[in-house]
Design a protein around this ligand. Structure first.
Ligand SMILES: [Zn+2]
Length: 249
């Protein structure tokens, strides 16, 4: 399924949803360009439009090449760029983000939708506590919505840091989630919630179980594949590398 929406706030942005993946495509006008071109760079996806072309041509091109865009942006997403000197890159909300550390000031984290700025003498601790809080909010929101929809309510919910597990459900109705799913695409986190809630009804992986999952999350196969391919990237670095210079201003 392909959905396109145009950002009202930003005329230079096309939001593409395809196969459960969200890609932001920026629109750039070029005097030199004779024809419409699509590019995927480390900065993201871009459509280059000849100066006089109508904007709808950019939209048409994005729609037509949706699968290609998702495939190529996806490839960038799973390959961390180690050539960058800007600092650390971590996966957050399903994309690689630059993390800039100031190493000074009060402990805080800013996320502008693209990259992260971490302040404080211990950026790693600041980042982890910020992410755990954000994870709690996201799971809370998803659980409220999905519980109501599915008519299934866990007796207890906890967030943990598990090495390999993303979620679990017990016969007593306790569900557990890995907080590091906050680094995955939000739709993937939501799928894991549906997955565990469905276990409250069927504590197995039978055909009947998957039917429940399917009815609340039709794209679950896409998300499972995403987790298989990207799960290993959903973690914080052990340390911020020494190449990151403290900002002494
Ligand atoms: Zn399961």
């Amino acid at each position: 399924m392909t959905l396109l929406s145009l950002s009202a706030a930003n005329a230079d942005l096309i939001e593409l949803h395809h196969d459960g993946v969200r890609v932001l495509v920026s629109v750039r006008r070029s005097d030199r360009s004779r024809r419409i071109r699509l590019r995927v760079t480390e900065e993201g996806a871009e459509v280059v439009l000849p100066r006089r072309s109508a904007r709808r041509h950019a939209v048409d091109a994005v729609r037509e090449h949706a699968a290609w865009l998702v495939r190529h942006v996806g490839r960038l997403t799973v390959e961390p760029d180690d050539s960058g000197t800007l600092g650390v890159r971590i996966m957050f909300e399903g994309r690689w983000r630059s993390v800039h550390c100031t190493f000074t000031g009060r402990s805080s984290v800013l996320f502008d939708g693209e990259s992260l700025v971490v302040s404080g003498s211990n950026p790693l601790a600041a980042l982890e506590s910020w992410m755990r809080k954000r994870a709690a909010e996201m799971f809370d929101e998803s659980l409220k919505r999905r519980s109501k929809e599915m008519g299934l309510v866990p007796s207890r919910v906890s967030l943990r840091d598990q090495k390999t597990k993303w979620g679990a459900c017990t016969s007593r109705g306790t569900v557990t989630f890995n907080w590091r799913l906050v680094m995955a695409l939000p739709d993937v986190l939501d799928y894991v919630v549906v997955h565990e809630l469905a276990h409250l009804q069927e504590l197995n992986h039978s055909a009947r179980y998957w039917k429940i999952v399917e009815s609340y999350c039709p794209e679950h196969k896409v998300y499972r594949k995403w987790l298989r391919e990207n799960g290993r990237y959903l973690q914080l670095p052990k340390a911020f590398p020494p190449s990151v210079e403290p900002d002494l201003n």
